[in-house]
Design a protein around this ligand. Structure first.
Ligand SMILES: [Zn+2]
Length: 475
């Protein structure tokens, strides 16, 4: 089966064919590092990394690049506000980025280029544009002359007239055309600066992605992704820069995720509804937030509300409990010789869910459908587990493997939270109490057994008696 991806460039789902057989180059626009990232920023970081996980599952070798914009007005303003240098601000928020990304179980990229560490590459890129006649210089600022690039607007599918009316364009009277954009900015008094052929200054935002993506992935690479707010002007400008220099296609598949809203409102400073991952991490497990972000198709808008995130919390609890039960059973080493009707039926469901998962992911990585297979299988498995009688070890292990392969490796969900708590818990005292209760039960001393159960409950331990023995978990 082949993977299809919706390409913003063609506005169509296209079969994904990589440039170099099994090697895929992927670039995802990263954060401007002046603040903690919020749940809207998290969406592309997380979702496109799931695509990488899936490509790896399909045996592609993926080179994944995410940049850090570590110099711009926001970083400079933050530095003033905090009374430290701009690079200290960037260092701090890169550290914070990794903390939150790890919390969400976003796999690490292969490269995290920082703009300020690539100034010579960026200058060289601007020089090439200059040599080819795509730039003009005004008072130490270098602009890109959009009228020189005939395909301008091909990604956002707008003619230059339409662009002029709708977009957020920086007004600057020195520009020949309002949609021209800055490649090199002359340094103002007291601002960080680097030497260049146009005098001291710093790079514009768009140029850093063109220069750094080609450095790590080549002039033409497979997938370029980001939030849909980046289509114009950022990605349009990246194409204009890169294709002007190379004369070749820049990125072959352009992927964009939809907006995230909070209680159906746009997230904004003025509404005071910016929800950072750091804030959310006080209340919710990383996998709960992950479940929420995967619960909608990446191109659809997604609305955050307490009800939605609580639903994700419940969903993850369902899976955690199921996997806890499955592991408990599989450790008991059940018989696996015979396959009875129920085990057989469940095996068929596993196969069906595997196929459905892969079909969904192949169809423009439809994570909500892929996610739903985890719950459909959970439902069938719980019915199986709740029936009395024979349980097949191989079947139980196959189900566990399904959750490991698809839930954990591809979707990046961690099911270990409950198990980890379990493992860290059994203090000597708790074990003794559980044993004492067992002894009391064997002696049919129900009163003592019940007192001990309540005592354990007060310590936050829930006791369950099953056919296979006593189990306990954190309440
Ligand atoms: Zn970018």
């Amino acid at each position: 089966m082949s993977l299809k991806l919706y390409n913003t460039l063609s506005r169509k789902k296209e079969e994904f064919i990589s440039l170099n057989e099994k090697r895929v180059g992927m670039y995802v626009c990263g954060p401007t590092v002046y603040n903690f990232f919020h749940i809207g920023n998290a969406r592309p970081f997380l979702i496109f990394e799931v695509l990488r996980r899936y490509l790896r599952y399909k045996k592609y070798e993926v080179v994944y690049v995410t940049n850090f914009t570590d110099i711009d007005d926001k970083v400079i303003n933050k530095a003033k506000e905090m009374g430290i240098s701009y690079d200290k601000v960037a260092d701090k928020f890169i550290r914070e980025y990794f903390q939150d990304a790890d919390f969400l179980n976003i796999g690490r990229a292969d490269h995290y280029p920082r703009a300020t560490e690539h100034i010579p590459d960026i200058i060289r890129f601007i020089e090439q544009l200059q040599e080819k006649g795509f730039t003009y210089e005004v008072e130490g600022d270098v602009f890109y002359d959009v009228s020189k690039f005939k395909d301008y607007g091909k990604l956002s599918k707008q003619s230059i007239d339409e662009i002029q009316s709708g977009a957020r364009i920086e007004i600057d009277e020195r520009k020949k055309n309002p949609y021209d954009f800055v490649l090199w900015k002359r340094a103002k008094e007291g601002e960080p600066k680097w030497d260049s052929p146009w005098g001291p200054g710093r790079p514009g935002w768009h140029i850093e992605c063109s220069a750094m993506s080609s450095k790590y992935l080549g002039e033409t690479f497979d997938i370029h992704a980001g939030g849909e707010d980046l289509i114009f002007p950022h990605h349009e400008n990246e194409i204009a820069q890169s294709e002007a220099v190379s004369g070749k296609t820049f990125a072959r598949y352009w992927l964009h995720n939809g907006y995230l809203k909070i209680d159906n409102k746009k997230m904004s400073k003025s509404l005071g509804n910016i929800l950072t991952i750091r804030e959310l991490s006080q209340k919710y497990d990383g996998s709960v937030i992950r479940h929420f972000l995967l619960s909608a198709h990446y191109r659809s808008p997604l609305n955050y509300s307490i009800e939605q995130i609580e639903q994700s919390k419940n969903s993850m609890e369902t899976l955690n409990n199921l996997i806890y039960n499955l592991k408990f059973l599989s450790e008991r080493k059940l018989p696996s010789k015979e396959i009875d009707i129920d085990s057989n039926k469940l095996n068929e469901t596993i196969d069906k869910m595997k196929n459905r998962f892969i079909e969904a992911m192949d169809d423009d990585f439809n994570t909500p459908v892929a996610l739903s297979t985890l719950f459909l299988l959970a439902k069938e498995t719980n019915i199986y587990l709740n029936k009395t009688g024979y349980k097949n070890q191989d079947t139980i292990e196959r189900i566990i493997r399904f959750y490991e392969d698809f839930g954990a490796h591809i979707l990046g969900l961690k099911f270990s939270s409950i198990l980890a708590n379990q493992e860290s818990l059994p203090g000597k005292e708790i074990e003794d109490l559980i044993d004492a209760r067992e002894t009391a039960r064997k002696n049919r001393d129900w009163e003592t057994a019940d007192q001990l159960r309540v005592k354990l409950l007060n310590m936050g331990i829930v006791i369950e008696d099953t056919k296979e023995g006593v189990r306990w978990k954190k309440s």
